[in-house]
Design a binder for this molecule. Structure first.
Ligand code: HEC
Length: 184
């Protein structure tokens, strides 16, 4: 056999017989699934002073309600709300890109005063104070729980889970709830 052909065959064989198991990651599927599984439906008690008339808090609640995330938001977020947020548990170094903060995008499913192109998968939340609160049909605790973990009210809900998933903090849920129940 031609020497060059033989040498290249040898190189090819050794290349394919190399053990690559250390560089191919083999994730533990059951662990991955566990991580993705939603924690069970959780009941929460609305903290004292949750529903506020503070216009800054209501403005933050409104911004979270009407926007998808800090990158897509056209207007500047109100005081106390950021466009970006570090993910909890992740260590960031200088120069690292901090991801856009996720907002609620509640208008994807709910209409409300001032909504542009709202969806109708969820009920219309316009005039909520008069229709739902003043009428006695709902109370603040219901609204808080619905946003925090809607599965308590409806185990088959299509609505997003916001507190159990840590998408939002208790304070943020209070601000969103304060916006919904505020006179508009
Ligand atoms: C994927 C669609 C969807 C999204 C997104 C969504 N919701 Fe809902 N929401 C629903 C549905 C459907 C219901 C009706 C009850 C149920 O099925 O849980 C509901 C019910 C509610 C109610 C209760 C209304 C009442 O008194 O009966 C409130 C309050 C509410 N949503 C607020 C929010 C807020 C705030 C957000 C954003 C953080 C949001 N929703 C995002 C689908 C959605």
């Amino acid at each position: 056999m031609n020497k060059i052909v033989f040498m290249s065959l040898l190189a090819g064989v050794s290349l394919f017989s190399a053990n690559y198991s250390s560089v191919i990651s083999s994730p533990n599927a059951s662990k991955l699934i566990q991580k993705d599984l939603l924690a069970p439906a959780t009941k929460y008690t609305m903290p004292a002073g949750c529903i506020t008339k503070d216009p800054n808090a209501i403005a933050r609640g409104a911004f979270i309600f009407h926007n998808l995330n800090g990158k897509k938001a056209k207007k500047k977020p109100p005081k106390g709300l950021s466009r970006k947020q570090m993910k909890p548990g992740v260590t960031y170094h200088q120069g690292d890109k901090i991801p856009a903060k996720q907002y609620g995008n509640c208008i994807a499913c709910h209409n409300i005063e001032g909504a542009h192109g709202a969806g109708n998968i969820g009920p219309d939340l316009s005039n909520y104070k008069k229709t739902y609160i003043d009428s006695g049909a709902r109370n603040y605790q219901f609204v808080f729980q619905k946003i925090a973990d809607p599965r308590i009210d409806n185990p088959k809900t299509n609505m997003t889970v916001n507190l159990t998933t840590k998408l939002f903090t208790t304070k943020e849920i209070c601000e969103i709830a304060s916006y919904i129940v505020s006179p508009k």
